[in-house]
Design a protein around this ligand. Structure first.
Ligand code: URA
Length: 236
């Protein structure tokens, strides 16, 4: 008999992260063999025990990992009350997947989608400093002074914030910039530039950890193989 902690089982089934699964257990929403359990030390045998969340049977699903080139005009969520197009509509699967982090409605580029909560948490945790690279079109040329300040660090939401690199993509166009950051906060790139009153006209994520978007047209996606998944988990 192989048993597993209940919160780990819920996370592995893609219900929520381990932490969030603990909250679900404590709030009395989880039953094992038709008995509500609130003890976080509960263990289950996935082969024998029947686990339910809010009465719905939970099943262990195999893990899936998709790399999408997000087009403009899609919201990074799994549902939208305003009925706007959502990124999960672009992926043909019956498995319940969710995006790893966020890209703004009009931001394009690399977005991962998975049902693996632990994988997502690992990539998004600030401690792991996973690198993101963006191509940015600004409304006016970036000055050397502002470039230096963005690299040295500025205060954003009272936190010291910086790009780890800023490079011009073309020799004679200082409006087109590549930035690298270890930050995943929402609107981070736009907020960094708006500190010096630049408007971001276009934003594309071209790299996340060990993955890049090369060869994938907007709206297209591919499944990651196990080597790419391993590299991503170990990526900085
Ligand atoms: N930073 C932003 O401002 N927007 C994004 O979509 C991603 C990073």
């Amino acid at each position: 008999m192989t048993t597993i902690r209940l919160n780990k089982y819920l996370a592995e089934c893609g219900v929520a992260s381990r932490r969030k699964s603990e909250e679900l257990i404590i709030s009395g929403r989880v039953s094992v063999n038709n008995n509500i359990v609130i003890d976080l030390a509960t263990v289950v045998d996935p082969k024998k025990d029947e686990v339910r969340l809010d009465g719905e049977k939970i099943q262990m699903e195999s893990k899936v990992y998709f790399l999408l080139n997000k087009p403009k005009g899609f919201i990074t969520t799994t549902s939208d009350e305003k009925n706007r197009p959502i990124v999960t509509d672009l992926i043909n699967t019956n498995i319940k997947i969710f995006p790893v982090g966020r890209l703004d409605f009009n931001t394009t580029g690399l977005l991962l989608l998975t049902n693996d909560g632990d994988f997502a948490n690992k990539l998004l945790h600030p401690r792991n400093k996973v690198k993101r690279v963006y191509h940015v079109n600004l409304d006016r040329p970036l000055t050397v002074e502002h470039k230096e300040k963005l690299l040295k660090g500025i205060y954003l939401e009272r936190r010291k914030s910086r790009f780890t690199s800023v490079t011009f993509l073309k020799r004679n166009n200082y409006k087109l910039v590549e930035v690298e950051t270890e930050e995943g906060r929402n609107h981070f790139v736009k907020n960094m530039f708006s500190t010096f009153e630049y408007n971001v006209k276009r934003l594309e994520r071209v790299r996340f950890g060990s993955l890049n978007i090369e060869g994938l047209a907007p709206g297209a996606y591919k499944k990651l193989n196990s080597k790419q998944i391993d590299e991503m988990v170990n990526a900085k």
